[in-house]
Design a protein around this ligand. Structure first.
Ligand code: SAM
Length: 241
């Protein structure tokens, strides 16, 4: 029965008016099902995070998971690490999400309900922004990426995954159509897809891949890699020398 109660049905009923999307208690309750059915390759991204933890996290450093939601990435990082002197700090400004993390996690993670724009970042070997930057005020994004760069140790990485807006309008349209097809395969109805799209309008504001790369370079990142791409979802690894 747990599976039934945790299934994402947030947009399943016709709504007389669709409100702006919020990471509230209703969304937190079904979030694991929502993200795994809505983000193509999410399971792979989780497995890649274990590999990044193995590769980039160093002894006596910090890891930040900014916009951690239910804490999937932080928990996988914590389980992967062989050091016990790494501080994993997972932050979300939805206190419903953080309550859920605290309730279900046995891993040594510091869960904080806070705005990522207010958090001090220091001595980091890895910072994760998995599908979070797209929800941050576009005018504050440069500043956040700059602060992350400054808070990373030499050799440290920022892992960024985002829904992107492709520069070429035709490519954007084709990829969006394919993405909608993907959501249908994942069991979402046309009504759910269209109501959620309306709710996310002006809430999820995607940048182009070129804008992300330019922002990394302006912040000072010396190495930038595109590490994942499926439809309009892309991941980047940005490394500080
Ligand atoms: C799509 S979810 C992230 C998914 C999660 N990183 C994962 O990999 O499972 C976006 C999260 O960012 C959080 N968020 C958005 N803006 C934020 C902010 N300014 N400060 C902290 N968290 C924020 C939301 O509450 C939400 O939980």
């Amino acid at each position: 029965m747990t599976e039934l109660t945790d299934k994402d049905r947030v947009f399943a009923r016709p709504l007389s008016s669709v409100h702006a999307f919020a990471f509230d208690a209703e969304v937190a309750r079904v979030f694991d099902d929502m993200i795994s059915r809505s983000v193509p390759g999410y399971d792979l991204l989780v497995r890649m995070m274990a590999l990044y933890a193995d590769t980039f996290v160093t002894s006596a450093s910090r890891v930040y998971d900014l916009g951690c939601s239910t804490g999937v990435m932080s928990r996988v990082i914590a389980r992967q690490l062989s050091f016990n002197n790494v501080e994993i700090i997972a932050i979300d400004n939805s206190c419903s999400m953080i309550e859920k993390c605290r309730g279900q996690s046995t891993e040594p993670v510091l869960w904080q309900c806070a705005d990522v724009l207010d958090v001090e970042i220091s001595q980091a070997s890895m910072v994760v922004l998995n599908l979070t930057l797209q929800f941050i005020d576009p005018d504050r994004r440069d500043e956040l990426i700059r602060r992350i760069y400054q808070g990373l140790n030499p050799g440290g990485v920022l892992v960024l995954t985002e829904k992107v807006e492709l520069t070429d309008a035709r490519q954007q349209q084709t990829m969006t159509e394919l993405y909608q097809g993907f959501k249908k395969i994942q069991g979402y109805s046309d009504l759910e897809i269209s109501q959620k799209r309306s709710a996310l309008e002006n809430v999820l504001i995607p940048d182009t891949p070129e804008r992300h790369i330019e922002r990394f370079q302006q912040a000072g990142f010396e190495e930038v890699y595109q590490s994942f791409h499926c439809f309009t979802f892309q991941s980047f690894l940005a490394r500080k020398s």
